[in-house]
Every structure is written in C-alpha cells, then in structure tokens.
Write a protein that binds this ligand. Structure first.
Ligand SMILES: *Cc1c(COP(=O)(O)O)cnc(C)c1O
Length: 407
C-alpha cells in the first residue's frame, strides 16, 4: 500500500521567514490589504488575480498571508494539493459537507463519529432536506447497499470515536469512486494525524480538528480541510463558497500558533504512541477490557497496520470498558485524584493524559438506544495518553488504580 512521509513533506514546504529575518514567520494581522491602483481591486474581485499567484490579498476572511503559510504545511502533511484552515474542527466538517451536498442529496456516515458531527448530521442536515444514513464503518456491504443516485458523500473517521474502530479507507474509496462520479470520500483524521494519510489511501477530502493532536497544547480551537485546489477554491468562492459565506475564518494569530507546533507533531505522535502501547499492554496483562489498535486483540489491528505510515506507532487513544458508569467514574476519580495519572476532561492530544467517560460526555449527543446498538458501554472510559512524567511512574499509577477499582 502507498505510504507517505508527512514529516519530510512538512520540512520541504517553502519556508517563510519573519519580516526582519526572524526564524519564525511574521504574523500578518491586517484584516484588509491595499492595492497600488484601483484596477487591481477589480481584477481581484473578478478572480483574475488570486493570492496563490502572488501577493494579491484582499480581505482576511478570504485569504491571509499567515493563514496561507499554515495551509501550505497542512497540505504537505496530508499530501493534498491544497488546504484551508478554519475556526474549528466542526466548522471544517460542516462547510465541507454543505459544499458537497445540496437539497435532496444524501450522505452515508459512519455511526462511530464525534458526538458533535453526529448531532450535525442527525439534527441539522435533515432540516435542509439532506438525508443521512448511518452505518457501521466496517460493514462494507451495508455501505454499498446504502448508496443511492443522490449520494454525494461517504463520511468516516479514520479511527472512530469513541470505540476506536478503524475504517478501511482504500475499500471505502473504491466503493465511493466505483459507484458513481459524484461520491466523495470525506475522512476525519483528527485521531491519527501523521500515522495515517487518507489521501494517499484514496480519500478525496480530509478534515481535522486541530484543537486536538495537531496543536497539541489544548489552548486553541481550530480546524482544517485538505483537498484539491479546485475544492478549496469552491469553498472560498465569493458567490457560493460555504467557508467564505458562512464565515468560520481562523484568526492569523491562532494560525501562527499552529504553524509553530506542526514541525514537532511527528515527534509528539511517536511519543503518544510509545506511551499508549506500553499502558495498553500493561492493562491487558492486568486482565482489563482494554481496546487499543496496537494490540493484536483489536479487531482491525492488521488493517490498521497495513495503512500506517512508518515510525509513528498506533496512536495515543485507548479505551477501558469498566462495565458500569459507576465503576468508570470511580476509575476516573482514582486516576486523577489519588494517582495523579491524568486529568478528567474531554478532548485529546494534550501533553497530559485526558480521560472521560464517553457515553455520558462526548458521545452523549447519541441516544442511549443507539449507544447500545453501536456497542458503546456506559462504562467505557476513553484515555488520550499524554507524554509528561516518566513512563515507569505512569505504569505504576495505572496498575495501582486498576487494582483499587477492580478488586
Ligand atoms: C473534537 C473533534 C471534532 C470537532 O472539532 P472542534 O475543533 O472541537 O470544533 C471533530 N471530529 C473529531 C474526531 C473530534 O475529536
């Protein structure tokens, strides 16, 4: 299978130095840009001059030089022709799907997705007459059977939230592209940046919440769309661009923060993976119901391995099924308050471990009935493993916590 080297790609991007030779880019905070003569303004509005061809900037909701630097990095990271950064992950997802789907169209979506995306697809899209069929992400026959003439999108997360089910991206791309021309495979790669390059595996569009691993410091909210140049221009079109006209623009100051963190994303992902693997192995040895894509016991372990880029490991996410919500809450409390193993918080990709009980937090938008149907136990604890402190101490902490809660 075609592999990709995102770290090499990121360092190969044309470097942008600061105005005075700074080793970091300058931040262009201007919301508007001057032109030397009025005719130029007309040409920009007619689309005859664009920021891609030179320094023809107009207005920062459209394009901004600092945001463009980040976009070049993002395109390199995902191996896409182009990319655009947004104010949040959910806005990247919403604008992408609204650009692809109009009234009467149909979306096939994995049911194992971020709760907010699930709510958007279940509660908002139908009000615009866009129908959504939810499917199990690994049930390829069900996905094929769900295709209709008006299907425009197959939507999945690379590693589903919160059950860590792995999507077969090459197979989904094949289904999308062989059915009819108008179906796009859109993949949310938030859980697995660097590890998996969906575009090299056949996806059309990759979306991200950069709030998580990509930024890695839990101090900003941002998103990204990586796609063809044509699609990015459609999103930014002055007349019909969903990103341009719905307006979830990233602030250049926030874009700068992410620019400063992308070059060490590879290093961070590797360490998240090393820690998560060791902790998953320890939990397995303790007889706990642990799910981690790096363990041979994970149902899609072999598939995941076949899609992985080299040297980033299996990621930083794992789950423990405690059976009941009471026991899950006891474990969270012991891990945080007695053992100082991590923090009870939603989100992921932070340098400290973040832990939450999915059914009653990030997946609470999904009804209890549907949670049961998809196999989401009320006692499921999701851990986003961080890399602070020593691994040996972390292993001792979690071992003690498990013994306290399970015996
Ligand atoms: C957090 C998250 C989102 C939403 O991103 P925001 O930056 O919070 O808007 C979407 N998809 C996944 C997988 C996420 O974890």
């Amino acid at each position: 299978m075609k592999k990709y080297n995102p770290e090499e790609a990121i360092v190969s991007v044309r470097r942008e130095f600061g105005e005075h030779g700074g080793v970091t880019p300058s931040i262009e905070r201007s919301s508007t840009f001057t032109v030397l003569d009025p005719a130029m303004m007309t040409q920009i509005f007619q689309g005859k001059k664009s920021p891609e061809e030179g320094d023809f900037f107009l207005y920062s909701r459209n394009f901004n030089p600092t945001v463009n630097v980040l976009c070049r990095y993002l395109a390199a990271m995902e191996g896409s022709e182009s990319a655009i950064a947004t104010a949040s992950g959910i806005s990247a997802i919403a604008c992408t799907l609204l650009q692809l789907c109009h009234r009467g169209d149909h979306i096939i979506a994995s049911h194992q997705i971020y709760g907010g995306t699930h709510a958007l697809l279940e509660n908002i899209f139908p009000t615009m007459d866009i129908e959504v069929t939810f499917v199990h992400p690994t049930d390829l026959d069900a996905i094929k059977a769900a295709i209709r003439p008006k299907t425009r999108v197959i939507y999945t997360e690379t590693m589903g939230n919160p059950l860590l089910t792995i999507a077969n991206i090459p197979a989904l791309a094949k289904i999308a592209h062989q059915s009819h021309d108008a179906i796009r495979l859109v993949v949310d790669n938030t859980f697995t940046p660097m590890l998996i390059s969906p575009i090299a595996l056949g996806a059309d569009i990759v979306v991200h919440s950069m709030t998580k691993f990509i930024n890695g410091a839990s101090d900003i909210v941002a998103g990204a769309i990586c796609a063809s140049k044509n699609f990015i221009y459609q999103l930014m079109d002055l007349q019909e661009g969903r990103l341009m006209l719905l307006g979830p623009t990233i602030d250049p100051r926030v874009a700068f923060d992410v620019i400063q963190r992308l070059p060490h994303l590879g290093l961070r992902m590797r360490e998240h993976s090393v820690r998560a693997m060791a902790i998953a192995e320890r939990l397995q040895a303790l007889g706990v119901k642990v799910q981690y894509p790096g363990l041979p016991s994970h149902p899609e372990h072999i598939l995941f391995k076949s899609m992985l880029n080299e040297n980033y490991g299996f990621g930083g996410m794992l789950t423990i099924d405690c059976g009941t919500r009471e026991r899950a809450e006891k474990l969270l409390s012991v891990l945080q308050n007695e053992e100082k193993f991590g923090l009870i918080a939603v989100s992921l990709g932070y340098f400290d471990t973040l832990m939450s009980c999915s059914g009653s937090s990030t997946s609470s938008e999904i009804s209890n009935e549907e949670q049961t149907q998809m196999g989401l136990s009320p006692g499921l604890v999701r851990l986003a493993i961080g890399y602070t402190g020593s691994l040996a101490a972390r292993l001792d902490q979690i071992t003690r916590a498990i013994k306290k809660v399970f015996t």
